[in-house]
Write a protein that binds this ligand. Structure first.
Ligand code: AMP
Length: 362
């Protein structure tokens, strides 16, 4: 257990890189423990900035702003893995960064990430590197179809992806991704998708939540249900794999690992997110300590808290685009908790909030 003297004291300031809904929920969790947050985000009027002590609105390569941000905070964390590594490296010379550069560098490029996963003896989808249309043609020959072409960097919520089902899709797929460096992934015939959300502390201790089962629509997470319909043995294996990945990254904070379940008992790692994750939002109303508090605790060197679930079943449903208009109805439903992100306008495919419903309460 962390000696009390090592813990960052309440009243200290946490810097958060990224000002979206994840940053907002991290800032709220930090406030509950007595910390102030300062956000750094290029977009003005961001959701996290409106619940924080201060927000720097500046570009990722603005060194003057980054230096001023570092001066203002006691520790820095991030809410998304697409912060340029150069910006994090610049900050690392001026502030404590948790998690560190390694967690970011090994997960922000799909190729590097897949090679890292395989180096630990874990399985990924088969893949081929595509730097040109010719590479893509060769990739289709080796990987086969159907397959998914994904940009190596900056993809999220199904963006930067193109599904190929026949050979005639090749040119369109390459054009759709704008010729950016990509990988072609073989389509995994999964039975279900699950994820592990865990936190890892500075002393290497790990606290994992129950494995979550996820349903995506159009590449965007739609619902997360806990417990996942998998055997206890497979759940233990998934948590062990996620803990192995976290340890290899020397990760500090929350880490999410998404898996495909194939053939009943085989786990294929889809993606690692070195941060709090949408498939962990159910912990807000479903667990003793939620993923946001847990991340803050790890970052400020407090001991990790209990991940105990307190309802037989928990279902989190994302409110995407116009789904948000159901907030009034949802807020009146039994054992249902609505969380909204304060985004100024509804757009198709935009995550606006989520609802968590607890089932089986006595
Ligand atoms: P990603 O952004 O890579 O996590 O992809 C979003 C979603 O697309 C995943 O959660 C899956 O539902 C689906 N998907 C992505 N890659 C594959 C794959 N190689 N095989 C099957 N489905 C996939």
């Amino acid at each position: 257990m962390t000696p009390a003297s090592d813990r960052l004291a309440p009243g200290s300031t946490i810097g958060i890189l990224g000002g979206g809904q994840l940053g907002r929920m991290l800032a709220v969790a930090a406030a509950e423990l007595g910390f102030d947050c300062v956000i750094y985000e290029p977009e003005p009027d961001c959701p996290a900035g409106r619940v924080a002590a201060k927000c720097f609105t500046a570009a990722w390569d603005d060194q003057e702003a980054l230096a001023a941000f570092a001066d203002r905070v006691d520790v820095v964390t991030f809410e998304f893995e697409n912060v340029p590594a150069a910006s994090l490296a610049f900050l690392e010379a001026r502030a404590i960064i948790r998690p560190g550069l390694k967690s970011l560098q090994l997960t922000q490029d799909r190729l590097v990430e897949k090679q890292f996963i395989q180096s630990l003896g874990l399985e990924t989808a088969p893949f081929a590197v595509c730097d040109s249309l010719e590479d893509l043609g060769r990739g289709v020959e080796t990987i086969g179809l159907p397959a998914i072409l994904k940009t190596r960097t900056l993809g999220y919520d199904g963006k930067g992806q193109f599904r190929l089902s026949q050979i005639t899709d090749v040119a369109e797929a390459w054009a759709a991704l704008g010729g950016r460096p990509a990988i072609l992934e073989g389509f995994v015939p999964f039975e279900r998708e699950v994820s592990v959300i865990l936190a890892r502390a500075i002393d290497g201790s790990v606290a994992a939540y129950d494995v979550t089962e996820n349903v995506h629509q159009g590449g965007i997470l739609h619902t997360s249900t806990v417990p996942a319909q998998i055997s206890d043995g497979l759940a233990t294996k998934a948590i062990a794999a996620a803990a192995q990945l976290a340890a290899a990254l020397d990760h500090i904070g929350v880490l999410a690992v998404e898996f495909f379940v194939v053939g009943g008992d085989q786990l294929v790692v889809n993606e690692i997110a070195p941060r709090v994750h949408n498939s962990g939002h159910w912990t807000q109303d479903g667990c003793a300590a939620n993923q946001f508090q847990q991340h803050i605790r790890a970052v400020v060197h407090w001991p990790l808290a209990s991940t105990q679930r307190h309802a037989p079943q928990v279902v989190m449903t994302n409110l995407i685009g116009k789904d948000m208009e159901a907030w009034a109805d949802l807020s009146g439903q039994p054992d249902t908790f609505v969380h909204l992100y304060g985004k100024r306008s509804i757009r198709e495919g935009r995550k606006m909030g989520h609802a968590i419903r607890l089932y089986g309460l006595g």
